[in-house]
Write a protein that binds this ligand. Structure first.
Ligand SMILES: C[S@@+](CC[C@H](N)C(=O)[O-])C[C@H]1O[C@@H](n2cnc3c(N)ncnc32)[C@H](O)[C@@H]1O
Length: 281
């Protein structure tokens, strides 16, 4: 993608400006979201128009004005080319998702991770997706396996879209969405000791949900997919640092780390990681 963007803008921007263009951008259905350094902001509309004209079926180019933040993990967007529209269909591994890029969190960069976790699931499992967003992890899993998945999200728009996405993919008999704070929802007795697998895809705050996620696992044990943000000067240091963080967080529990890997780079020297854990109770 990096070379693609520079190639598109060659001849439009001066060589020194081309050097400053950020390496990648997100394509979500017919919407593109790009970041532009401050020094190129005066050229944002030209950049947007070139992208719009060069990618078939693209309807909108947004400039990302602020980083992902807040409880709902949203980013500030400004339209720089095309129609001002925020809702689109996105396709992944044969599934179709309705996404609102302004009111809900969504990242196409997690697609490999969604597939990886869905390949670990066994038929018959009961799964909780604690920070489900529009339900992408859950749909990919439930499309592959005869399972039951509970989506939880505190963002009302994400909750509504997760229900719509279960319908669009004909999975309403396998996926059940709940609107609310996972801490509160999972404290109820209806989840206690019933769940085989819990996803915690909220790296900034997953550490606050360790006890409540373990509380709902079966007495015979169960699995967590725990996302973290890890600072490291070297890529080689990321997995050991992430596992040390897990040992620290889970020290009062009987657990085994089955796997840890980098999911993606988030910022210079900041990485998103995922750890698969088996918890014995
Ligand atoms: C990083 S997004 C995960 C999105 C999703 N897993 C995906 O792949 O698209 C985190 C989500 O957690 C939700 N969230 C944040 N705090 C929450 C809480 N305490 N309880 C439930 N959901 C929460 C946000 O609204 C957001 O949709």
């Amino acid at each position: 993608m990096s070379k693609f963007l520079k190639k598109l803008l060659k001849g439009v921007l001066a060589e020194e400006d081309l050097e400053k263009v950020y390496s990648s951008f997100d394509m979500i259905g017919d919407i593109a979201i790009i970041k532009i350094p401050d020094s190129l902001l005066t050229k944002k509309n030209i950049i947007g128009e070139v992208i719009l004209e060069s990618i078939k079926n693209l309807k909108t180019v947004f400039l990302q004005r602020s980083s992902v933040s807040g409880e709902y993990r949203l980013r500030g967007l400004e339209v720089i080319a095309g129609n001002e529209k925020y809702v689109t269909y996105y396709r992944e591994y044969g599934c179709k998702f309705l996404v609102n890029v302004a009111t809900t969190y969504f990242s196409p960069r997690l697609s490999t991770e969604r597939l990886r976790i869905s390949n670990l699931v066994s038929p018959g499992e009961i799964v909780v997706n604690m920070f489900a967003g529009v339900g992408t992890f859950s749909v990919i899993m439930a499309k592959k396996h005869q399972i039951k998945v509970y989506n939880i999200d505190s963002n009302l728009d994400a909750y509504i879209l997760s229900i719509m996405n279960s319908r669009i993919n004909r999975l309403t008999d396998r996926i059940f969405s709940i609107h609310g704070d996972s801490q509160y929802v999972l404290s109820s007795n209806s989840f206690k000791n019933r769940i085989d697998r819990v996803l915690l895809p909220l790296p900034e705050r997953a550490h606050e949900f360790v006890d409540v996620s373990i509380n709902c696992l079966r007495p015979t044990g169960g699995r967590l997919h725990f996302f973290s943000h890890i600072k490291s000067d070297t890529k080689a240091g990321v997995v050991p640092t992430s596992e040390a963080h897990i040992h620290n967080l889970f020290s009062k529990y009987d657990f085994e780390i089955e796997h840890t890997q980098i999911v993606r780079d988030v910022a210079p020297r900041l990485y998103q990681t995922v750890t698969d854990l088996f918890i014995s109770k």
